[in-house]
Write a protein that binds this ligand. Structure first.
Ligand SMILES: [Zn+2]
Length: 104
């Protein structure tokens, strides 16, 4: 399952390369075919914001409500890292690529 380059329109981005392109504020990765730098688009940004806020809320809620360190790790820290992994997986398989705005 390859992803389409927004500049040349060819399916050149593998899921791993697409995930490593980063968000709209990053420099991005070069298309193997045409060399245009590409990043993940606005839906990826929205998903990352939602996941980051969820992770932050879970960490803060569990920090103030759980009594033991093990409960805090299970209820707050583990879901936080799960949110990071989910964002990476989303970038691998969903959302569109756009051309990078940031200069190299
Ligand atoms: Zn291209």
């Amino acid at each position: 399952m390859m992803h389409t380059c927004p500049h040349c329109g060819k399916k050149t981005f593998s899921p791993l390369l697409k995930a490593r392109c980063g968000g709209m504020s990053s420099v991005g990765k070069h298309c193997p075919e045409c060399g245009t730098r590409c990043v993940n688009g606005k839906t990826s940004l929205a998903v990352h914001i939602a996941l980051s806020l969820t992770g932050l809320i879970l960490v803060l809620y569990n920090y103030f409500t759980q009594t033991s360190a093990a409960q805090f790790l299970l209820g707050g820290v583990l879901p936080f890292f799960l949110c990071i992994v989910l964002g990476f997986v989303y970038d691998m398989f969903f959302g569109k690529l756009i051309e990078a705005i940031k200069r190299e």
